[in-house]
Design a protein around this ligand. Structure first.
Ligand SMILES: [Zn+2]
Length: 160
């Protein structure tokens, strides 16, 4: 998955590796030193044309420093995306699916659902049946048991 084992502990738990830290620190410090040098050069210059060159140099050095910080963000983003791909490909297929064997078998399954203790009936996708053991019932059965439609998932408006 990654070479986290080869990294020191303080960085192993982050999305970053030592390499990206070195790149970020190197570019940022180089940029800041460059700005400092350009500041000195500009301060000591007595001609506007020379000062302008130092100012352009300082702007370029600021760009280098920003590039270093941007590389740090980019490295973290790439690492997080790689971990997300790993989880999606390797872990999601083996995780147990939501719902129970005696509940709705597909999230979009139509019909009216309730369990023995519910006074209302729901769509299979309703949050109020999640984690419970609902069974599918016909409208006639529901009417006979006196259950009413859920006000959250509005089953009568979605199932025709
Ligand atoms: Zn509901």
């Amino acid at each position: 998955m990654s070479n986290a084992g080869a990294e020191p502990g303080w960085i192993a738990d982050t999305p970053w590796r030592s390499r990206s830290l070195v790149l970020m620190a190197g570019l940022s410090i180089a940029g800041l030193i460059g700005i400092w040098v350009c500041y000195g050069g500009c301060r000591d210059a007595d001609r506007w044309a020379t000062q302008l060159n130092w100012i352009l140099g300082a702007i370029a050095c600021a760009g280098i420093a920003v590039l270093g910080m941007f590389s740090w963000l980019l490295a973290g983003l790439r690492a997080v995306r790689a971990e997300k791909r790993y989880v999606t490909r390797n872990l999601m297929p083996i995780l147990p699916r939501r719902g129970r064997a005696d509940g709705p078998s597909a999230p979009g399954e139509l019909g009216y659902w309730a369990d023995a203790r519910m006074k209302r009936y729901h769509l299979s996708t309703c949050l109020l049946v999640r984690g419970k053991h609902p069974f599918s019932m016909s409208l006639d059965e529901l009417a006979a048991t006196g259950r009413t439609a859920c006000g959250v998932c509005l089953p009568l408006e979605r199932v025709s």
